[in-house]
Ligand binder design. Structure first.
Ligand code: DGY
Length: 323
């Protein structure tokens, strides 16, 4: 019987699919992310055939060496920067991800962060709860409206594209975008305008939303130098991966009023936050929950199960990300 280790609890629907196929499924009991040594110790307890890691589990040579029976790492996330892909490929280990329809949820969360920061919702909410509201005041919490603004989408894969569609059709926003490849669909359907560099996108936009994977080439894609090119009235939204933004540079830019605000779902050193970030009222922060809708999390679990089933039934897993 094939045995599968899922590092932490995921929705039951995926586990049920696997059990119905006759696989033996063990779910790690951790409530918070295990350290790599803890994970290795756990994995060594049995000759597992599959590991389902979460994005918080660092999977590299140390893990591959410790569990040589594992031939597929079916990551429970669309991003797979937690796994050393090159090393997995060298060892003929399959790696899969979960690029489902739930990308809509992530795109919606990016829209929510943008609206929340522009309307100063988090600040206003705290103000009301603190009992500070003394009556209507025309000058109170003046924010910005989204309609008519120019929004730059950095990375127009599935999530970036859906974000662009939502903004252009529902909010009267002009979309500009940068990606390493042009996206003719959003040019035609959303009137999106391609710009030739991240710097140009940052300089022209009233708000910038990042939708790139974390790669060596996207690490600190947003940094001190290009934050300096943004309009002082502009906003930055990040729902991709924290290290895409130099968080220290961002904190400084927000402290100095170099940009107006930021909505962040991901953090460079998560779960730790760069010093100064929590004190900033011109931010809206969420704990990496952009795809945390029941439908989305269940879809991810189903995709994980299907990738594993593909593998054991002799097909190339539908979401294999390495060669
Ligand atoms: C992903 O899938 O990569 C998200 O960041 C977590 O769901």
């Amino acid at each position: 019987m094939k045995s599968i280790f899922i590092t932490r609890q995921i929705p039951e629907n995926g586990i049920k699919i696997l059990k119905e196929k006759g696989y033996d499924v063990t779910v790690g009991k951790y409530k918070t992310p295990p350290t790599q040594p803890e994970l290795i110790e756990e994995l060594k307890k049995k000759n597992y055939d599959v590991v389902v890691p979460l994005l918080t589990d660092k999977i590299d040579s140390a893990v591959f060496d410790a569990v040589p029976t594992v031939k597929i790492f079916a990551n429970y996330s669309v991003g797979f920067d937690n796994i050393d892909l090159e090393e997995a490929t060298k060892r003929n280990i399959a790696v899969t991800n979960t690029p489902g329809d739930y990308v809509d949820g992530v795109a919606e969360h990016a829209v929510a962060l943008l609206l929340a920061i522009m309307a100063r919702l988090a600040e206003a909410d705290q103000f009301v709860r603190a009992g500070k509201y003394q009556g209507w005041d025309p000058m109170l919490f003046m924010g910005d409206k989204l309609n008519g603004k120019t929004v730059a989408v950095i990375g127009t894969g599935r999530i970036g594209e859906r974000f662009a569609r939502k903004l252009s059709s529902g909010f009267g926003v002009k979309i500009i975008y940068y990606d390493v490849v042009r996206n003719e669909r959003i040019e035609k359907e959303c009137g999106a305008q391609f710009v030739s560099s991240v710097n140009e996108a940052l300089a022209l936009a009233d708000a910038v939303s990042i939708h790139v994977p974390l790669l060596p080439t996207t690490h600190h894609l947003i940094n001190k130098n290009n934050l300096a090119k943004m309009k002082p009235t502009a906003y930055l939204i990040n729902t991709s991966r924290g290290p895409v933004v130099d968080e220290e540079a961002l904190v400084k830019a927000l402290q100095n009023g170099r940009i107006r605000g930021a909505g962040l779902d991901v953090f460079e050193f998560e779960p730790k936050l760069t010093k100064g970030l929590v004190k900033l009222s011109n931010t809206v922060l969420s704990p990496h929950i952009a795809s945390s809708q029941l439908e989305s999390r269940e879809e991810m679990a189903e995709i994980v199960a299907n990738n594993i089933i593909d593998f054991f039934e002799g097909r190339v897993p539908r979401n294999k990300v390495n060669k």
